[in-house]
Design a protein around this ligand. Structure first.
Ligand code: GAP
Length: 441
């Protein structure tokens, strides 16, 4: 990450994200739509890569975790059982003078202090504001048809505990992982995609024997911390922070955040919680269906504890972007480089003919056709080659392949590396294995 002043860095990232097709404000031509964001052509690649890297490490490389894709709309009782109808609230404070709204924890002097917006001392008493979006299922809008947009994906996992355990014949300890949209009617969304009203979560619930929960909790803390080490260079930008008992969510007996040093300060990136048997017991109580585990080795029947890891895909994408952003002086001014991990970069390879001459274009396009089935790649033949290298650096493309006039005779091309700027010449017929070796793919 560059050492640019934090405010400046934030502005640079937001501007780069828009200019280069990573993230656009939702419904921008109508003036935006209340803290929701659209991922553009490069953003969707980056976020998909983040989700893919998470799925690979949490599901595909493990024999104890399976995946799930539950519906967003669930039975309304789910949210009563989970405690969200009662407890998923923020204390909302409104200024009687300018009508600006705050979460209580955003007011340094509480409701006694002045309104940060207008300066008047007319802040009202805090009232509970439920963060869930309410909607109605079917044509009638009455109490019987209320549905909630899920504020976390986790409940889809809890209500399927029995289905998954039985169908997959899983024995403790085992986990269920899920990636999907969640919705929260945040009082004060902001900081770009850090806090929005519609976002994606990557959550995993790991079911364990109650006595194993403290040990397995520590293991998951380390496993998740390592995931960030594997994918981002700057370890110093990540840290743990333990929640105080007052701060913990209503279901958590133990809670740590993995925090990231965003340009606006240290903030939660991922939560790791010991949810005890709270959720399974509550769903048993509210649904009337026992959610238990039978251990046929010991003949015991009990409700497992749950260790949860929960991270926002958008927040993680933003953290990886911040960590990757780098600037260095060069002869044309400043070279901006996104030093994204090769697994995360939207494009792995860019094919760049030295000039637009038809004979070079033709060869370059055939090189691209050879590369395209193997790597997410792009092609660019407009403007000077130096500008094109910079354009690829700015979006994090690890390797550029330059096709020059010698290529027409020696059937070789040059691979240029984003990070060490090294250049090597390889035969076109050896290009795919050479790229694969460089990408560690
Ligand atoms: N199931 C547990 C749970 O949802 P959480 O700490 O409320 O716990 C987990 O949320 C993660 O989801 C957060 O660490 C954050 O990365 C992401 N997240 C939560 N609210 C968000 C929002 N409004 N915008 C973007 N990401 C959010």
């Amino acid at each position: 990450m560059t050492e640019a002043p934090p405010g400046e860095l934030f502005d640079k990232l937001v501007s780069l994200a828009k200019r280069r097709g990573f993230v656009f404000p939702s419904s921008e031509i109508y003036g935006g739509a209340g803290a929701t964001w659209d991922f553009g052509p490069l953003g969707v690649e980056l976020k998909n890569n983040v989700k893919r890297a998470w799925w690979r490490s949490m599901v595909q490389l493990r024999d104890d975790i399976v995946g799930l894709d539950a519906a967003i709309l669930m039975h309304p009782k789910v949210w009563e059982a989970s405690g969200h109808v009662e407890n998923f609230t923020d204390p909302l404070v409104e200024c009687a003078s300018c009508n600006h709204r705050y979460r209580l924890d955003e007011l340094p002097k509480g409701v006694e202090g002045p309104c940060p917006n207008c300066g008047e001392r007319k802040l009202g008493a805090p009232r509970k504001f439920n963060l869930m979006f309410k909607t109605f299922v079917g044509p009638v809008e009455d109490d019987a048809s209320i549905a909630w947009l899920r504020p976390e994906t986790a409940q889809g996992i809890f209500v399927n505990f029995d289905n998954v355990q039985q169908s997959m014949r899983k024995r403790l300890p085992f986990g269920i992982a899920q990636v999907g949209k969640s919705f929260r009617n945040e009082i004060t969304p902001g900081n770009f995609i850090f806090r929005s009203r519609e976002f994606e979560q990557m959550e995993m619930q790991y079911f364990v024997r109650p006595e194993d929960a403290p040990r397995i909790y520590e293991e998951w803390k380390e496993t998740r911390r390592q995931w960030y080490r594997d994918l981002a260079e700057h370890d110093e930008l990540f840290r743990f922070r333990e929640h105080s008992p007052e701060e913990r969510a209503h279901y958590a007996a133990q809670a740590f955040d993995i925090e990231f040093r965003y340009p606006f300060g240290w903030k939660e990136l991922e939560g790791i919680h010991n949810r005890t048997d709270f959720d399974l017991k509550r769903h048993s109580e509210y649904s009337g269906k026992k959610l238990e585990y039978f251990d046929d080795a010991t003949n015991e029947r009990f409700v497992p504890y749950v260790i949860e890891t929960a991270v926002g895909a958008d927040r993680a994408t933003f953290a990886f972007l911040c960590a990757a952003y780098d600037e260095e002086p060069d002869k044309e001014g400043v070279r901006v480089v996104l030093r994204l991990h090769r697994d995360l970069a939207p494009y792995k390879v860019a094919i760049l003919p030295l000039s637009k001459k038809p004979e070079l274009s033709e060869l370059s396009r055939s090189v691209w056709a050879t590369v395209r089935p193997h790597f997410q790649s792009t092609y660019d033949e407009t403007q000077a080659i130096g500008r094109r290298y910079r354009r690829q650096d700015e979006i994090g493309t690890p390797l550029c392949v330059t096709v020059d006039f010698d290529s027409l005779t020696d059937q070789a091309v040059t691979i240029r590396d984003r990070d060490d700027m090294s250049q090597v010449r390889v035969k076109i017929e050896e290009l795919v294995p050479a790229l694969r070796e460089k990408l560690g793919a």
